[in-house]
Design a protein around this ligand. Structure first.
Ligand code: C5P
Length: 234
């Protein structure tokens, strides 16, 4: 049985704004996602500071390059002691295997490694006309997830609505990490394929990634608790 948790997407542009946000949490130590914007702005400093404060970290940098480069980059990231990181599955099975090799520390431990399948911003039309991929989004997601599993990765990032088909194709132990979460009574922002924390759990998400419904809430701690209650309720 996989761990289940709510990950807050800390999409802030500076270290100060991120720490000010995390200071609001006095009782809980939420699992935090650091994406490209924050990492490129604040670098390893912010990763180390959030880790020092006792949070788990998903470093969402979506690596995609030749296998040797990804392996070496992952070796550097492995020293940061994050709990989860990711690559693009479209980099091929060989690249994903190289990523695991680089990420594995001398003592054999490593952060969880997951793959981005097809970005939710890519439409089937763009896949066909620009990328010359003549398959449905669903089939592509399943194939990329199977490739990630074959390479030895722990799971994939996908829409909560796709978590069920990924589990069917790759087994229940293969993790699904799903953004696109909204409360039933709130707006969608720019997300299209969304669902609630409760429904995400039912469909098969292991981790939900929640940004604006928590970071832009009037009371972020209350919104976080609402997510945890909805997602982790038996
Ligand atoms: O604010 P919101 O809840 O929409 O944030 C979702 C987070 O998940 C953002 O950091 C976004 O970049 C990320 N994400 C996503 N869809 C994907 C992959 C990542 O929304 N397919």
């Amino acid at each position: 049985m996989n761990a289940k948790d709510v990950i807050i997407a800390c999409d802030f542009s500076s270290k100060e704004a991120t720490l000010e946000f995390l200071d609001k949490f006095k009782e809980e130590k939420p699992f935090v996602k650091i994406g490209m914007e924050l990492y490129y702005a604040a670098g390893n400093d912010i990763v180390k500071e959030i880790k020092r404060r006792g949070h788990k970290i998903f470093l969402d940098l979506k690596l995609h390059d030749i296998p040797n480069t990804v392996k070496k980059a992952m070796r550097v990231l492995s020293e940061l002691d994050v709990d989860m990181t990711n690559v693009h599955a479209s980099g091929t099975i060989e690249m994903m295997r190289a990523a695991i090799e680089g990420l594995t520390r001398p003592d054999g431990t490593r952060p969880l490694l997951i793959a981005v399948t097809q970005l939710t911003s890519t439409s089937e039309e763009a896949m066909r006309n620009q990328l010359l991929i003549d398959a449905t989004i669903g089939d592509t997601i399943i194939k990329y997830a199977q490739n990630a599993k074959e390479a030895g990765l722990d799971g994939v990032v996908c829409s909560p609505l796709e978590a069920g088909i990924v589990k069917e194709a790759c087994g229940n132990d293969f993790m699904t990490v799903t953004p696109g979460i909204r409360f039933a009574d709130s707006g969608k922002d720019d997300q299209v394929r969304i669902t609630t924390p409760e429904r995400a759990r039912e469909i098969g998400s292991d981790y939900i990634v929640v940004g604006r419904p928590i970071t832009a809430a009037e009371d972020p701690v209350e919104a976080y608790r609402k997510c945890v209650k909805g997602f982790l309720a038996k």
